[in-house]
Each structure stands twice: as structure tokens, then as C-alpha cells.
Write a protein that binds this ligand. Structure first.
Ligand code: SF4
Length: 371
């Protein structure tokens, strides 16, 4: 039996949450506080040898009313300057997710909280309309899914992504989507309309073809074969698709690079990309705990390889290096990717999306302005 030796300060974190709560079906092993929390909790034995039922963690969803939804960035190593996040947190729960540290800004843990305490922004489509109608707005590709997945399971209920897509279609605004969720197939009707005029393409991330590794690493993401089927369905509907080997996990999945690219090409992908495993901030410790539990025989090798990519550290956030790492192993992956994509005809980027079609649709009262 365990007791808590202190209470969490956060207003959003339940005081009844055990820091090492039952994590069945989740990737993070712990719920350690984020870097802004002033107090930690630690489970200590009270000496009673009484077996406890550890409750299963359920997913909860809070709502947020955003004043604006388009987030700008000036990062020189990402190919877009704006993005939208319909949700905060992601129930897909990939252990390697580099968005985990953003949960610390909410007073929540980048560990289990990130996978279970989600925030939906149901009024995001209306906020988007306001932003796109602003006289000063200039169109450029909006990226969706580059932080948290817009097609995570709660989208089925909330349908925020679908309503955002309808807005973008009505405004003829270009959008690039990244997802692992097969729920995107629900929106093929909208996406194929947009693709027909060069307003959308999709990246589907396939990290491994091994369902067991995937289940451990990305517990609530559709299985690899299901993601390949999504590539096929999008491609058959005329939507350009890129297969993303993202991330490559050194000494765990890197040997699958060519096989994933081949499977993606066979499913209809027209382009490909890769990103090396990134372990920023709290993700480093969460990943280490996970890999030591799930792959104890390989953990030291995996972490050693990771550090060899970043000059002896778990992660180097420097622009230009953070996506690939550097050194012989990074060079080898880069070379293998180049050879395989050339052989498979995946070595060209997708056709750039169009911005010249942007046109706010008429709204009530517009006619009056003619007189
Ligand atoms: S699907 Fe993407 S956003 Fe969601 S947990 Fe996995 S890596 Fe993070």
C-alpha cells in the first residue's frame, strides 16, 4: 500500500492521481510533474502488505475557448510558418512524442496526463473564420497535426477537425495534414475536393511495421497495416500522400527504413520523409523509463545510439540538427533513405500547394456594401 508524501500544487492536476497510476494501454510509465511544478509527489510504502487494485486511467476532455487558433512560428527548419491545433494532448500516446513537454505549460504532466487529460477547442472553426476574414490576413499553407494529432480518437465525437476543414475548403485555403489516425478517411469527401485544385496533401507516419513494437510504443495509434490501408484509401481518392518514417528509433526500428518506404510506395504514397527520434525536455526521462521496461536487453544500446547523435546528450535542440542528429549513424540513415526513395520513385517532394485561390466566401450583409 502507498501513501503520498506531498500534494500537487497544480490547479488542474487531480490530487487523487497516483504518480505511477495504472498505465495499462498507455505508453508513459509515470506521471511525473512538468518542469514548472514546484512540488513533486513520491509514493512511499506505509508498511502494510495489502495488495491494491490499481485503477485504470480513463481519458478526460476539458474544453477551451480559443480567441485565435493560428499559431505562428519562425523556425528555419520547418517548412511552414503557421499551424492549428484542434486539441492539446494526444490520446494516441506515443512515448516518443515531442509535443509532450507542451502539457507542462498547462500545469499538467508530460507523462500520463499528456495521454489522458486532453483539451478540445470546439470553437476553433469559428475563431479560424474570424482570422481568415481579417483584412490583413495573407494566405500560406497551414499545417495541422505537426504538434498533436487532429485525428486522435476524441475527434470522432468532437468533429473539430472536420469543421476546420470545411472552413478551409470554403475559403480555398491550403492545408498540409500530418496524422497517424485512420479517422482521416471520414473526411475524404472534403480532402478530395481540396486536392483536386491543389489545396491539400497528407503525411501518414509509419514508424514500424511490427505490430508488437507499435503497440508498445504508440499504444492507441492504428496498427501499421491499418495506416498503410489509409495511405491506399487517400491515394485512391486522388489525395497526394507522403509516407513519413517519423521517428526513426535507433537500434529499435531503424532496420525497417527500407521496408516501410517500400510498403508506403506500394500503398500509393508519392513522396517520403524521415525524422530521427527527438527527446526534448521531459520526453528524455519518459522514454528512458519506457525503453528500460519494454526492451531491457536493448535499452543501453538504444540510449547509447541516441546520445551518439547529439554529442553525448540525449537531445540537441539546435536548429538544423534536431530533426536528424549528426555523425556517422545520422549520415548512414540519410544515405539509406536517399537510395531507397530514389529506387522507389519517392525522392521528389509533393507538388507545392496553391495560395492563389484564397477567397473568403460571401457572408450575410456583403451585398449591401455594393451600394
Ligand atoms: S500521434 Fe503524434 S501527436 Fe499523438 S502522441 Fe503520437 S506523435 Fe504525439
Amino acid at each position: 500500500m502507498f501513501t503520498f508524501c506531498s500534494i500537487l500544487r497544480s490547479t488542474m492536476t487531480s490530487p487523487d492521481r497516483h504518480p505511477d497510476f495504472g498505465a495499462r494501454g498507455r505508453a508513459a510509465r509515470t506521471n511525473r510533474p512538468g518542469r514548472f511544478e514546484r512540488h513533486d509527489r513520491e509514493a512511499v510504502s506505509d508498511g502494510w502488505d495489502i495488495p491494491e487494485d490499481v485503477p485504470t486511467l480513463r481519458t478526460t476532455v476539458d474544453l477551451e475557448r480559443p480567441r485565435s487558433v493560428i499559431t505562428r512560428n519562425a523556425s528555419p527548419d520547418v517548412p511552414f510558418d503557421r499551424s492549428i491545433n484542434p486539441y492539446r494532448g494526444c490520446e494516441h500516446g506515443c512515448i516518443y512524442c515531442f509535443a509532450r513537454p507542451t502539457h507542462a505549460y498547462l500545469g499538467l504532466s508530460p507523462g500520463l496526463d499528456f495521454e489522458t487529460r486532453l483539451i478540445a477547442r470546439p470553437e476553433a472553426p469559428e475563431a479560424l473564420v474570424r482570422e481568415l476574414r481579417a483584412k490583413s490576413y495573407r494566405p500560406a499553407v497551414i499545417a495541422i497535426g505537426t504538434n498533436t494529432d487532429p485525428y486522435q480518437p476524441i475527434e470522432k465525437t468532437h468533429q473539430i477537425m472536420r469543421r476546420i476543414l470545411k472552413v478551409l475548403r470554403d475559403f480555398r485555403h491550403p492545408v498540409g495534414i500530418v496524422t497517424k489516425g485512420s479517422l482521416i478517411e471520414r473526411d475524404i469527401d472534403i480532402l478530395s475536393d481540396m486536392a483536386r485544385v491543389g489545396l491539400t496533401h497528407v503525411g501518414i507516419s509509419v514508424t514500424t511495421l511490427d505490430p508488437e513494437v507499435s503497440r508498445a510504443m504508440e499504444p492507441r495509434v492504428p496498427a501499421p497495416a491499418r495506416r498503410l490501408q489509409t495511405i491506399r484509401r487517400l491515394s485512391d481518392a486522388g489525395i497526394p500522400v507522403r509516407v513519413m518514417v517519423a521517428p526513426v528509433v535507433p537500434a529499435l526500428t531503424d532496420h525497417e527504413l527500407e521496408a516501410i518506404l517500400e510498403a508506403g510506395a506500394k500503398a500509393g504514397a508519392q513522396a517520403a520523409s524521415w525524422v530521427m527520434l527527438r527527446l526534448p525536455r521531459e520526453v528524455s526521462e519518459l522514454f528512458r523509463e519506457w525503453v528500460e521496461e519494454q526492451f531491457p536487453d536493448r535499452a543501453a544500446r538504444i540510449m547509447g545510439r541516441v546520445r551518439s547523435l547529439h554529442g553525448g546528450r540525449d537531445y540537441d535542440p539546435e536548429w538544423g540538427k534536431r530533426m536528424t542528429g549528426e555523425g556517422p549513424f545520422a549520415d548512414l540513415v540519410r544515405h539509406r533513405f536517399a537510395v531507397a526513395t530514389r529506387r522507389l520513385g519517392l525522392d521528389q517532394p509533393l507538388t507545392p500547394l496553391r495560395t492563389d485561390l484564397f477567397r473568403p466566401p460571401p457572408q450575410a450583409g456583403d451585398q449591401l456594401s455594393l451600394f
